[in-house]
Design a protein around this ligand. Structure first.
Ligand SMILES: [Zn+2]
Length: 286
């Protein structure tokens, strides 16, 4: 599933392609796919009717959520979930059966972007495109409850967060109400670099250790953004290009491989409801 660095890469890809453009029309595969949700206050208008003629004013990210702010006070709130992708392709390219929504834009002066279409492709179909009035957006329970962005808090605040309500650290890092943006990849990698066992309680490591963990979280996310994300499954950017952070993974996806620090085999174990990857020698459950 795309995590903070992948979603940030998609946001950047969208800024390069559709920011400032005006939507000419929207087409979808069926009538309409389950991926599309429209706020009750905007019904009975159709997705196409609501979007056509609106200008893309801003593109932002919060946790793993993308926001495409449109003229006239509406926002397209996107969650890519497992396999949601945006692709910027020539309009003449054959439509894939998993291209669920296609956005056409009015021609603009920058001719290199004309003749292209934005497509939302999602073969698992868990991704969501939700259309909301701006003033309803942040009161939505899924957004109002989001935890802080890892880059927006100080180490002291991160330590407080961990100690306020002690719980197992790996599930805590995955919980979007605790910290927004991490998923299995960057949670496993951060715990590996900080040498913290995924089953430890959030209040067990010393203040120095938790500060170190926050540092690794920020460092790894920053590096992954620079490398345009981790492509271990289907993830690619808006231009179809894969990320390259997977070359630097030390724990995630490394089950059975030797730990680069001590040579012990990395193990994979179900913790909470998810697989955790860690080194049993470097990350002791003391
Ligand atoms: Zn090790």
């Amino acid at each position: 599933m795309p995590e903070l660095p992948e979603v940030e890469t998609v946001a950047r890809g969208l800024r390069e392609t559709i920011l400032g453009r005006t939507i000419a029309r929207v087409e979808h595969s069926q009538a309409p796919p389950a991926s599309i949700e429209i706020s009750a206050s905007l019904r009975p208008h159709s997705f196409d009717h609501l979007l056509s003629g609106r200008k893309i004013e801003d593109i932002t990210r919060r946790g793993k959520n993308l926001f495409v702010r449109l003229s006239g006070g509406l926002t397209l709130w996107v969650h890519l979930k497992m396999t949601g992708h945006f692709f910027w392709v020539p309009s003449t390219e054959p439509v894939d059966k998993h291209d669920l929504v296609r956005f056409d834009f009015k021609p603009s002066g920058k001719s290199s972007r004309n003749g292209y279409q934005l497509r939302f492709n999602d073969y698992r179909r868990f991704g969501r495109l939700r259309l909301f009035p701006d003033d309803e957006l942040y009161t939505h329970p899924a957004l109002a409850g989001l935890g802080p962005e890892p880059f927006d808090i100080t180490s002291e605040e991160f330590v407080d967060l961990c100690r306020r309500r002690p719980r197992m650290i790996k599930p805590a890092l995955l919980d979007q109400t605790f910290l927004a943006g991490l998923g299995n990849i960057y949670a496993d990698e951060s715990l590996y670099f900080a040498r913290i066992h995924p089953r430890r309680s959030t209040d067990a490591p010393s203040k120095a250790k938790l500060t170190e963990l926050h540092g690794h979280i920020r460092r790894l996310l920053r590096k992954a953004i620079k490398l345009m994300g981790t492509s271990v499954d289907s993830y690619v950017g808006v231009n179809g290009q894969a990320g390259s952070f997977q070359k630097y993974l030390r724990a995630y996806n490394n089950e059975g491989n030797p730990c680069v620090r001590c040579g012990s085999k990395i193990v994979r174990e179900k913790i909470g409801s998810r697989s955790a990857h860690y080194c049993p020698r470097c990350q002791k459950l003391r």
